[in-house]
Design a protein around this ligand. Structure first.
Ligand code: SAH
Ligand code: SF4
Length: 367
């Protein structure tokens, strides 16, 4: 028999089409989504407003596929990190960051990343594969499920989702888009577009395509104010340079009438991109595009060749931007004791990925 369909792979439109293909009424999609995402019921027998024959049919042709949770750690500041394993060689991390007024879940879109930014531990580990829509949305499902079961504290709810974990989401466009639709669909997680943020290193054609199909919030990993430097820190810049990137971002916010504009991410690397001259160039570059700048203290990892900027340089950089009319914040480092800071989800991941790859190779060789 053919593999069962993973219902986590289907957004409302796809699920409606799937029901029609299977000779069922289209409204079944809304019913099923509510069971899965509102009630968090995964047992078809418990879906009481579906007829018995439909429940039997679903058991035969569909399933809800879950990864194995291979780690679940909580840091002293309440940040919580999970490692989810989908299959051999493909583990990813998701991190929940509780704050007074919100709870942000940082999720992954790929196992690894091919774009090889030299300051990023995911980039160092290389690329394994794209995650499916189901593998992306199940991170949100599981985090919500686990956190609601948590007896400590009531504020541990996921109010925001950021695609800032492992991977470049716009390289996995076709799987990421339906997952973000499920995040924003009232029949599923129902988050507002301002609370779902996709972070990209700047895949320009995909930003143009995104503009036409969604209005989620956009974060862009800028990290350098000129092409020469950005070519080194964000290698994909050699393909899509700053002028084209900024134009695509400007069009995105204009088209979507985005309230807050773009979030520009800027990792602070000591003596690399953190001088006042860089701040001046940055202020010049971003003039006229609505947005705010998020300065990210660099998280060192084993084998990284950079250091985090001095605190005084970060503050001076921020001050320059603020004095020149920008909103510039410094990202708080969270979950340090469990390697959970955003962009540094993977901790010992590199070793593990290599181990898992060796294991996969061995398995392939022995087949
Ligand atoms: N690929 C996407 C999303 C994942 S990376 C992107 O590049 O935007 C999420 C954010 O973490 C990016 O801004 C990335 O530049 C940043 N990041 C990666 N490694 C980091 C590190 N070691 N220290 C601080 N930020 C890092
Ligand atoms: Fe990939 Fe983003 Fe890391 Fe660059 S910063 S290697 S694009 S995950």
């Amino acid at each position: 028999m053919a593999d069962k369909i993973n219902l986590f792979d289907l957004d409302r439109e796809a699920m409606t089409a799937w029901f029609i293909d299977n000779g069922e009424k289209p409204f079944r999609a809304k019913q099923l989504l509510k069971w899965i995402y509102h009630e968090r019921v995964t047992d078809f027998d418990a879906m009481t407003d579906l007829s018995k024959p439909l429940r039997e049919k679903l058991k035969n042709i569909a399933e809800l596929r879950f990864p194995t949770i291979i780690a679940d750690k909580t840091a002293s500041d309440g940040t919580r990190k999970w490692i989810f394993r989908y299959d051999c060689g493909n583990s990813i991390e998701a991190v929940f960051i509780p704050e007074d007024d919100r709870g942000t879940l940082c999720i992954s879109s790929q196992a690894g990343c091919a774009l090889a930014c030299p300051f990023c531990s995911t980039g160092h580990a290389g690329f394994n594969r794209n995650l499916t829509t189901g593998e992306i949305i199940v991170q949100v499902w599981l985090a919500k499920d686990i956190l609601n079961c948590d007896r400590h504290g009531n504020n541990r709810v996921v109010t925001n989702v950021v695609l800032m974990g492992m991977g470049e989401p716009l390289v996995n466009f076709n799987n990421v888009l339906p997952a973000t639709r499920l995040m924003m669909d009232d029949h599923a997680f129902g988050l507002s577009k301002r609370r779902v943020t996709l972070s990209t290193s700047g895949i320009v054609p995909a930003i143009h395509a995104l503009r036409e199909v969604t209005d989620l919030s956009l974060a862009v990993s800028l990290h350098a104010p000129n092409d020469e430097l950005r070519n080194q820190i964000v290698p994909v810049n050699a393909r899509y340079g700053l002028a084209a990137l900024l134009d695509a971002c400007h069009q995105y916010v204009r088209h979507n009438g985005q309230h807050g504009g773009v979030t520009w991410e800027y990792v602070m690397l000591r003596d690399v991109n953190d001088s006042l001259e860089h701040a001046r160039q940055l202020a010049e570059l971003l003039r006229g595009i609505p947005g705010k700048i998020n300065l990210i203290p660099f998280n060192a990892f084993p084998g990284s060749r950079y250091q985090c900027s001095r605190r005084s340089d970060i503050l001076a950089f921020q001050r320059y931007l603020t004095e020149n009319g920008y909103v510039a914040t410094i990202r708080k480092t969270r979950g340090e004791d469990i390697d959970a800071a955003c962009g540094q989800l993977v901790g010992q991941f590199k070793d593990r990925l290599i181990r898992e790859r060796k294991q996969t190779r061995k398995e392939v060789e022995t087949v």
